[in-house]
Design a protein around this ligand. Structure first.
Ligand SMILES: [Zn+2]
Ligand SMILES: [Zn+2]
Length: 138
C-alpha cells in the first residue's frame, strides 16, 4: 500500500510503498538506544518506491548486534528516527522505515519480533498495565 509520513517537525517527509504483512519489531539493544524506548517498529520500503524530501542526519552504526553496519537516518532538528538502510552510494534496495512516522501507522501491525533475547521483560505484559486515555495527571 502507499505510505507517507513526516518527522515531528516536518523537515523530512517520506513516501513509498510498503506491505503491512512485513511489519516487524526489533528488540535489539541498538534499537532500544536508538529510539530511547523498549523496541523499534519498522517496515521495509523498496528503494525504487522510496521518496524523501529534506536532508536527514546520518549515523553509521558499525557495531550492530547483528554484526552488519547499518546507516541510521533521523531528523537532525527534531530527532525523529526516519529509516535505516545498508551503507553505500545511491539508492539502496530497501529502506526500513520507522512506522511511527507514517500517517498510515495503524495499518502496520507487527507480524514478527526480532532479537527477542534482549527484549525488556515487561513488553509482553503491557496490556495489563493501567491505562490513561491521555497524559497522566500530575
Ligand atoms: Zn524533524
Ligand atoms: Zn534492532
Amino acid at each position: 500500500m502507499k505510505i507517507d509520513g513526516a518527522c515531528q517537525c516536518g523537515a523530512i517527509t517520506i513516501e513509498g510503498e510498503a506491505d503491512p504483512e512485513k511489519t516487524q519489531v526489533c528488540h535489539c539493544t541498538d534499537c532500544q538506544a536508538g529510539t530511547g524506548s523498549a523496541f523499534r517498529v519498522s517496515v521495509p520500503v523498496p528503494g525504487a518506491t522510496f521518496k524523501m524530501t529534506g536532508e536527514p542526519t546520518l549515523f553509521l552504526k558499525t557495531t550492530a548486534e547483528s554484526g552488519r553496519p547499518r546507516l541510521q537516518a533521523f531528523c537532525g532538528k527534531c530527532g525523529s528516527p526516519i529509516y535505516s538502510t545498508s551503507p553505500g552510494e545511491g539508492v539502496q534496495p530497501s529502506y526500513m522505515v520507522r512506522v511511527g512516522i507514517l500517517r498510515q501507522r495503524e495499518a502496520f501491525v507487527p507480524r514478527r519480533q526480532n532479537w527477542f533475547r534482549s527484549a525488556q521483560a515487561w513488553v509482553t505484559g503491557l496490556g495489563g498495565v493501567p491505562k490513561n486515555e491521555k497524559a497522566a495527571a500530575g
